[in-house]
Design a binder for this molecule. Structure first.
Ligand code: AP5
Length: 208
């Protein structure tokens, strides 16, 4: 199954994707993770992307679209993938639709994890990520529950950046909900419940 994962920053897209990957083995294609890896490796793309990410702005389409097309062409993506954080605007959605036939795949569902803005701010402020394995947890995790690694706070999880990311989401990404509804692919789940409950609904709604 090939899924586009939609939702505001901090809605729980990565958390639900982690579960789906563990249970079904889909390739997890997170543009945020790909970009953060490029920043850490100080590649030319990473150096250019960092300024946008630190402000909570979108990285230019031509950089991100190229990155996703390369990743989708890798063998594991043929067995099913989750696109997490891409597309992020209408131009990216159109570029994806144009690229899919060449790759011989199609999108089966656009899954929206819906959460109210006040919950988002609380979640992002307390999010911590494992420096070793990338596990996403909260400030309550002193060390990573998976491998004991150090938990750190993302640079873009500061309050002023969170606000900007939410503004960008409303202006640029929300129009995608109509785009995927028109394609009859939109599936919405209530993300403001415990992770296990959200995951159970995700599977039910996707027929998994
Ligand atoms: P990206 O990494 O994609 O960030 P995002 O979309 O803002 O999403 P997040 O990773 O912040 O949140 P999430 O929904 O995955 O939530 P999570 O599961 O972690 O993008 C970062 C930046 O990269 C962008 O700002 C942009 O600059 C750039 N970028 C990326 N893609 C791009 C693109 N396509 N085009 C251009 N630029 C791009 O959960 C959050 C917290 O909540 C965690 O602590 C988690 O433990 C907790 N939580 C999760 N679910 C629940 C629950 N049900 N109940 C309670 N707590 C929960």
């Amino acid at each position: 199954m090939n899924i586009v994962l939609l939702g505001a920053p901090g809605a729980g897209k990565g958390t639900q994707a982690q579960r789906l990957v563990e249970e079904f083995g889909y390739a997890h294609i997170s543009t945020g993770d790909l970009l953060r890896a490029a920043v850490a490796a100080q590649t030319p793309l990473g150096v250019e992307a960092k300024g946008y990410m630190d402000k909570g702005a979108l990285v230019p389409d031509e950089l991100v679209i190229g990155l996703v097309k390369e990743r989708l062409a890798e063998p594991d993506a043929k067995e099913g993938f989750i696109l997490d954080g891409f597309p992020r605007n209408l131009d990216q959605a159109r570029a994806l639709d144009a690229a899919l036939p060449e790759l011989g795949v199609k999108i089966d569902a656009a899954l929206l994890v819906e959460v109210a803005p006040d919950v988002i701010v609380e979640r992002l402020s307390s999010r911590r990520v494992c420096r070793t394995c990338g596990y996403t947890g909260t400030a309550a995790d002193a060390v990573c529950p998976k491998d004991g690694g150090e938990m750190y706070q993302r640079d873009d999880d500061r309050p002023e950046t969170i606000k900007n990311r939410l503004d960008v989401y409303r202006a640029e990404t929300e129009p995608l909900l109509g785009y995927y509804a028109d394609e009859d692919l939109l599936v919405t789940v209530d993300g403001d419940r415990p992770v296990d409950e959200v995951y159970a609904e995700v599977k039910e709604r996707l027929g998994l």
